[in-house]
Design a protein around this ligand. Structure first.
Ligand SMILES: Cc1ncc(COP(=O)(O)O)c(C=O)c1O
Length: 377
């Protein structure tokens, strides 16, 4: 059977291979059977292998979208300490909302969504809150987004991890749109908890959210009073460790899809996938230059997995019309998410290739030519 190939240039769910799509067509199975437990054990261990050793880290699976994994960490691992949350986009802001809902003691470090995080300022905030506020409560955790999908900026979690090590802080990383797309080493980067989902750079289907946790730190959370039922990280970990089952009904077929996506990611390797994504990005950027479209974030600060593009000042330009023009030709694009500037976003994750980006640029040129924009020098 042929499945129409759509090129998704939205930041996930991403374009998948047909083999991943077809891998979900399996005989019905009760997820409490050992045969299915073997699938989940494979998925959990291999997800860990992409970023660390199974001796030190473990992957805890939940049914849910990516937000579930972030919320599982935020609601489960902080006791009476203080969380420093870096907010340089909508997803950092979302972690602050979670901290509010769970009534955590937190500090919001709000910084520019389009410039690199100022690490001196960050260190000053850590020092200030560790010593000067007389509360006796130091910063126990720091939460940061790796790839801020709001704009496409890549936060330097290596350097932030060094600060966390220096001040003995557990680092929480939302790596939703970077895991399996950009190489990450949890040990070297000093990451204690990492969150991601099945439908972005790992190139599976939507429906599974996962946390990769340092086991030693996770075990220490055992006596924290659960703040919710479904998302408690320690309880989900213990149940899975003993049974290779999730506590609640898992998205069965999505797990088969994820198993296949993992096999394909291992075959490609994360390093080669990152190179492929960057090649796609370079084609995009060359095309944008030709079409005189400007990028919101500098090339140096960019993830090269997503580009925010400033909307052109052309009187007949209309995002929805441009979207429909491209959608009808098999390419899905995404609106911007930043309030201060009108932008739209192009992601280059998923099973896509430089030639797909070249075709996309040709279509974009065709759209703008229709508006009687001329690119002749
Ligand atoms: C960095 C980041 N965090 C969290 C999320 C939320 O994921 P979901 O929409 O799957 O809940 C996203 C989604 O794009 C994201 O990019």
């Amino acid at each position: 059977m042929d499945i129409k190939r759509n090129i998704l240039l939205n930041p996930g769910p991403a374009t998948t291979t047909d083999t991943v799509k077809f891998s979900q067509v399996v005989p019905d199975i009760c997820p409490r059977e050992k045969e299915f437990g073997d699938v989940m054990e494979f998925v959990s261990k291999e997800l860990t292998n992409f970023v660390g050793s199974n001796d030190t880290y473990t992957t805890i699976l939940f049914g849910g979208s990516g937000t579930a994994a972030v919320e599982a960490i935020i609601s489960s691992v902080v006791d009476d300490g203080k969380v420093l949350i870096i907010n340089n986009g909508a997803y950092g802001k979302r972690i602050c909302e979670m901290a509010d809902i769970y009534n955590l003691n937190y500090i919001e470090f709000e910084c520019s969504p389009i410039e690199e995080i100022n690490l001196d300022e960050l260190e000053d905030i850590i020092k200030m809150h560790n010593s000067d506020d007389n509360s006796g409560v130091g910063i126990s955790h720091l939460a940061v987004i790796h790839h801020e999908t709001t704009t496409g900026i890549l936060n330097d979690i290596g350097l932030i991890g060094e600060l966390c090590k220096k001040y003995n802080i557990d680092m929480i990383v939302d790596a939703m749109s970077s895991f399996a797309g950009i190489p990450i080493n949890m040990d070297e980067m000093n990451i204690t908890y990492l969150a991601s989902s099945s439908n972005k750079c790992i190139q599976g289907m939507a429906g599974i959210s996962f946390v990769i946790a340092n086991k030693e730190a996770l075990i220490k959370t055992k006596n924290i009073k659960p703040r919710n039922l479904y998302l408690n990280l320690y309880k989900q970990y213990i149940y899975f460790k003993d049974n290779y089952q999730m506590r609640f009904t898992p998205p069965v077929q999505v797990l088969y899809g994820l198993r296949q996506a993992i096999i394909e990611a291992k075959e490609e390797t994360i390093n080669a996938r990152y190179e492929r994504y960057k090649e796609c990005c370079k084609v995009l950027w060359t095309g944008l230059d030709k079409l005189k479209l400007r990028k919101l974030v500098s090339e140096k600060a960019s993830s090269m997995l997503l580009t925010s593009i400033i909307e052109p000042q052309i009187c007949r330009y209309n995002f929805n019309e441009m979207h429909d023009f491209l959608y009808n030709r098999g390419f899905t694009i995404y609106p911007g998410k930043i309030a201060s500037k009108n932008t739209f976003r192009i992601a280059n994750i998923g099973q896509i290739y430089p030639e797909n980006m070249l075709k996309f640029i040709e279509l974009l040129e065709e759209y703008f030519t229709q508006l009687q924009v001329s690119y002749e020098e």
